[in-house]
Design a protein around this ligand. Structure first.
Ligand SMILES: Cc1cc2nc3c(=O)[nH]c(=O)nc-3n(C[C@H](O)[C@H](O)[C@H](O)COP(=O)(O)OP(=O)(O)OC[C@H]3O[C@@H](n4cnc5c(N)ncnc54)[C@H](O)[C@@H]3O)c2cc1C
Length: 405
């Protein structure tokens, strides 16, 4: 068993192979110098904690105990499917019986001239360390892109006293997958914390002289910053699969068992697109922590012959200041929305399809306020339930009772 990509998904996959009793050789290949680690803290605690924090998914000791060979700082450069061989950047090769591609995604590059050493991206622990060094009260930080990672980083930078400006080309922040009502709460929270949020602002020029960055906006306004962090989305890492002749369709295309057209090659996590059963087999690619975990475990199971379909409801969370946002399901499947108010200003928007089926729920509130109800919504979505909108909207009707019905 060979797993390429020692991230969330690859890390979970190798542990699951052993949990399921596989006794043959298991090799995890990663191009980063670290043990598999959690990425979500990189924009959050890893920035604000006293010492930079790397949260490993598996320690060296655990990997050794479970006889998992971890090859780090080495890249898989080619797959010879006929020979069942993976070629590595150190010149060596690995034979495989089953192969899992868990190569993740990388930040989308800003296609503009003028970018230099003060224009950076955030994906890895090393990126986080480099950014963290600049988050100080005397520094100005520009965040290009009002998506989750940029906004979480903005919150961390404010916590550390930096002056922060968020630049979003779209008319509002979080355009992709987050309802306007929820995005507005987050926008206001950033403003209240002193972040300047500029929406509907295209960038016409960037000049980075290695000590500071001058960003010119469409309205000719100049934003000058000590550091610009670009967070304009991510693209799946597919080159290895494409060069090996595997189909790519917004990610490495796999079936519901996370298997490519080659029965010995699987793909999972951020790098793959797959048919999502809850939405009639709609092909999606998810960039979410829990999905990477679930798919890593499922791919391992299927590499051992289980043929089990991925049936989970997508789920995502984001923490900014004291607020937690959680989204279950795919909100763009919804045609109407019902709001349920909870306590402390928290609320959930239920998204219903034309036929009344609950297809998603987006919740926001302090701390854990929405967690329980989002979990119940997730179960309703999985059941393809068609709850009455009045019941969803009424605080006096327990969601649990809708599940029982
Ligand atoms: C800053 C940040 C904050 C996030 N916060 C949240 C959050 O709050 N909530 C949430 O749900 N999700 C969050 N995510 C998303 C979540 O972390 C990802 O969905 C998850 O890490 C995906 O796991 P993966 O294993 O598919 O990919 P990755 O974790 O990206 O791992 C892929 C690994 O493969 C390596 N690799 C790629 N190609 C090769 C090759 N050819 N050879 C060897 N190694 C290779 C990569 O370097 C990488 O180490 C966040 C992500 C980031 C970056």
């Amino acid at each position: 068993m060979v797993i390429i990509g020692a991230g969330e998904c690859g890390g979970r996959a190798v542990l699951t192979l052993r949990d399921l009793g596989h006794e043959g050789p298991v090799t995890l290949v990663g191009d980063e110098p670290h043990l598999p680690y959690e990425r979500p803290p990189l924009s959050k605690e890893a920035m604000t904690s006293e010492a930079p924090l790397i949260k490993a998914i598996a320690s060296d000791k655990l990997l050794a105990e479970r006889s998992i060979r971890h090859i780090h700082s080495v890249r898989a450069v080619a797959i010879d499917r006929a020979a069942h061989l993976v070629r590595l950047s150190d010149g060596s090769s690995l034979g495989y019986g089953k192969l899992l591609l868990a190569t993740g995604s990388v930040p989308r590059k800003l296609p503009m001239p003028g970018l230099g050493g003060r224009c950076v991206y955030l994906r890895t622990f090393n990126d986080a360390l480099a950014i963290r060094a600049h988050l100080k009260p005397e520094n100005r930080v520009a965040i290009i892109g009002g998506g989750f990672i940029g906004l979480e980083l903005a919150a961390s930078a404010r916590k550390l006293g930096a002056t922060v400006t968020v630049l979003e080309a779209q008319p509002r922040i979080l355009m992709r997958g987050v309802p306007a009502e929820v995005a507005e709460i987050i926008h206001k929270a950033h403003q209240a914390e002193g972040v300047k949020v500029l929406t509907g602002q295209g960038i016409t020029a960037i000049a980075d002289d290695g000590t500071q960055v001058r960003i010119t906006l469409a309205d000719r306004q100049d934003i000058v910053a000590d550091l610009a962090v670009i967070g304009i989305g991510a693209v799946p890492v597919t080159a290895l699969a494409a060069e090996a002749g595997l189909a790519i369709d917004n990610g490495i295309a796999v079936d519901e068992n996370l298997c490519t057209a080659d029965p010995d090659v699987f793909a999972a996590g951020d790098c793959c697109s797959f048919p999502l059963a809850v939405y009639g087999g709609r092909r999606v690619r998810l960039e979410a922590w829990r999905n990477a975990q679930e798919q890593g475990a499922l791919a391992a199971k299927n590499m051992l012959g289980a043929k089990e379909a991925h049936a989970a409801v997508p789920w995502f969370w984001s923490d900014q200041y004291g607020l937690t946002l959680q989204i279950a399901g795919l909100s763009d499947e919804g045609r109407s929305t019902v709001r349920r108010d909870l306590y402390d200003g928290a609320f959930i928007l239920f998204h219903l399809a034309e036929d009344g089926r609950l297809v998603a729920a987006s919740g926001i509130g302090p701390g854990n306020a929405v967690a329980r109800d989002i979990r119940l919504a997730e179960m309703l979505i999985a059941k393809r339930a068609t709850p009455a909108p009045e019941a969803l909207g009424s605080q006096s009707v327990k969601l649990k009772s809708l599940l029982a019905a």
